[in-house]
Design a protein around this ligand. Sequence first.
Ligand SMILES: C[S@@+](CC[C@H](N)C(=O)[O-])C[C@H]1O[C@@H](n2cnc3c(N)ncnc32)[C@H](O)[C@@H]1O
Length: 281
Amino acid sequence: MMRALTCYGIFAEQAGGTFAHTEMSRLLREDDPHSLKYISLWCTEPWTWDAWPRLDEAVRTGRSVFDGLYGKGFFDYLHEDAHESAHVFNQAMTTSSMQSALDVAELLDLTGAATVADIGGGQGHVLASLLEKNPGLRGTLLDLPRVVAGADPRLRDGGSLADRVTIVPGDCREAIPVEADVYIIKNILEWDDDSTRRTLRNVVSAARPGARVVVIENLVDDTPSMKFTTSMDLLLLLNVGGAKHTRESMSARMADAGLVVGDVRPVNAYLHAFDSVTPGG
Ligand SMILES: C[S@@+](CC[C@H](N)C(=O)[O-])C[C@H]1O[C@@H](n2cnc3c(N)ncnc32)[C@H](O)[C@@H]1O
């Protein structure tokens, strides 16, 4: 086992039959600041071994194979039948969003904005980083009820940012009842096209003319981490019938919803930010 892993650069064989850590093996540790432990576990959860053999079917139909395998949609399966996988998923999302939240706060210049809304903002790590960086800013976190119930303690009652935050439990495909100067939509528009269309239209109808809308995504045609993004693209097809975007497919969907797309800039080595404004501003 150790030899096999060494062939892939995970561990290095030493004299005397011992093995040492490498840069790559350290990423599997939970205490590494760039830890990929939970993302790695996520990519090898038990359901993935059932889903990958049906990749040909998913590619031919362009649809998830999940209902065919388990008789229900992916997130229902995760929350009802696979609690350990749900835990791994939450940990993977939390680690990756904490790592990227600081990069997003560093990149986005919110000078002149009084309010920001993070749509599908998970537990609010990005929002918390934005509020910590911009002391005059107020923010809204919108996500599904059971997700915002576990929001970052900084945002909840008694937390250091609570008096500047509104938490809105809801479904962004149904409505986005939030008015803000800036809307952030990060790593959400990777599901089916209908959900993407509805979410973007809901933002456009909630926002005043000229409001700023920033979509942040991993692109399958422009990233140094192409192996990771293209594999996640296929995993998303298998589990939720979704896809990662190209620069062009993301811009086109934003324009279809009526947004006026401006700069597209890298946030870090694996994320891009699409800046846009709502029409009529
Ligand atoms: C990949 S996570 C991204 C979270 C966060 N934006 C980030 O980048 O750290 C996708 C998020 O979309 C949320 N989500 C899924 N369906 C949703 C819906 N219908 N309405 C609102 N949020 C939803 C999930 O709960 C989850 O927090």
